[in-house]
Design a protein around this ligand. Structure first.
Ligand code: NIG
Ligand code: FE
Length: 414
């Protein structure tokens, strides 16, 4: 399949290195380009002029041509942090908060993560699967071409397994890369409110062995926060996960800085996510590590909290990625286009930085950088075709407008 007359082919790379510092602001483009796709894989690209003069290979094969008519083409977004599996939305809590209720009052009424856990336990696997599949299909239309999905609304052995089985079914039914993360340590369930040790034992001795036996998870996550799981809890749970080959991707520093960054780096976390609250020592430690900092600005937006210090993180050399945190409590949207806009508007990321953080660096944060996240020969043709735009910066600038014309997954338009 030959795509001609591409106005701008963006994020074209021969190497798939993780980007940090000044490199994050470099978005390599080819203007007036062509792209060749064979069996759903990117096999060649160049300028239209090169296509006419040099490319012999293109003359010999029987080509199906598509005229992009000046569209900009980007690699699809990689959403490396979501809680896509849930039984019900929570807009009643949203309205309660508008009316002035505090988080504690909402929790006292049975709200929050435990509210979602109750609903999820009462919903059969098929129902969860159908809802999650619809959500995922919507996200693909919004340009998401790889996704990570967490458990964590089960909080019982059966319901955590149920969530992870749903993720496994999604892996089999959609054609984009899907990664599964076990987040049994999302909140202490009601039953273990006074027995935290008992729940940790349940995670380590019951949940993990069953998950490993069915090969249901790629990663392990812990919500490390005051009132949730302590740093010591997180270390024990991650060390138990490591015995089954699960590397951590962790929720840290959303509300408080309690040592999760330092511990997460020592645990060899692929990514440390949220990072609304970061001190200088933590920023330096992250910059000196191989761990990616994943920023979730729509969670800060929805909860009316301070945004992540993206500028400081980037300027100090941290490798950062962007993700949606799609979940019914703190970010009921999985729209990566809005995440990219918000990152530019509220966190002062340059458009190029935000696009790189939402594609190639985010691909690294879920270990799919060999398959997707840039326009690279040998990678999947998971691509966003935009409507006519005057420049790359127009994409985040025009927040809220739908600038996507078409999305291609493995060389096929969806
Ligand atoms: O990533 N912070 C913890 N977990 C989710 C929110 C969970 C919920 O409210 O359902 C998050 O923001
Ligand atoms: Fe989250």
């Amino acid at each position: 399949q030959l795509i001609t007359n591409i106005g701008c082919l963006a994020n074209v790379r021969s190497k798939t290195k993780l980007l940090r510092g000044a490199a994050l602001a470099e978005l390599p483009v080819i203007n007036n380009a062509f792209l060749l796709i064979e069996d759903g894989i990117i096999s060649e690209y160049g300028t239209m002029q090169q296509l006419e003069t040099t490319s012999d290979k293109l003359k010999t094969i029987n080509l199906q041509a598509y005229n992009a008519n000046g569209a900009t083409i980007l690699p699809c977004w990689c959403d490396s942090h979501t809680h896509l599996i849930f039984a019900a939305s929570r807009e009643e809590e949203f309205v309660d908060k508008i009316k002035g209720k505090t988080y504690a009052e909402i929790a006292a009424k049975g709200g929050g993560i435990l509210n979602s856990a109750r609903n999820l336990n009462a919903t059969p696997e098929n129902g969860l699967y159908e809802k999650a599949l619809l959500r995922l299909q919507e996200l693909i239309k919004l340009g998401t071409g790889a996704i990570e999905i967490k458990s964590g609304y089960g909080l019982t052995v059966e319901a955590e397994l149920k969530m992870l089985r749903v993720i496994k079914r999604l892996k089999e039914s959609v054609s984009i890369p899907v990664k599964a993360t076990f987040l049994g340590a999302h909140a202490y369930p009601e039953k273990y409110k006074e027995d935290h040790e008992g729940y940790i034992q349940l995670i380590i001795n019951e949940m993990l062995p069953n998950i490993a036996a069915e090969e249901l998870a790629d990663y392990i996550d812990v919500f490390c926060e005051q009132g949730f799981f302590s740093v010591d809890d997180m270390i024990r749970i991650c060390e138990a996960g490591a015995k089954y080959g699960l590397r951590p991707k962790l929720h840290v520093n959303q509300l408080n800085s309690i040592g999760g960054i330092e511990a997460g780096i020592k645990l060899g976390a692929i990514s440390l996510d949220h990072l609304e609250t970061m001190n200088d020592a933590e920023i330096n430690a992250l910059a000196d590590s191989n761990t990616i900092g994943t920023l979730l600005p729509t969670a800060a937006f929805f909860l009316r909290m301070q945004y992540q210090p993206a500028r400081q993180l980037i300027d100090n050399g941290c490798a950062i990625a962007l993700a949606t945190d799609f979940n019914p409590g703190s970010s009921p949207s999985g729209n990566m286009n809005f995440v990219v806009s918000l990152s530019c508007i509220q966190m002062k990321m340059l458009p190029e930085e935000a696009i790189n953080a939402a594609t190639i660096n985010a691909a690294h944060a879920m270990e799919v950088q060999q398959e997707t996240g840039s326009i690279t020969i040998g990678k999947k043709a998971n691509l966003i075709f935009t409507k006519p735009v005057s420049s790359i910066a127009y994409l985040p600038y025009s927040f809220g407008s739908d600038m996507i014309d078409k999305v291609m997954i493995n060389g096929t338009f969806v």
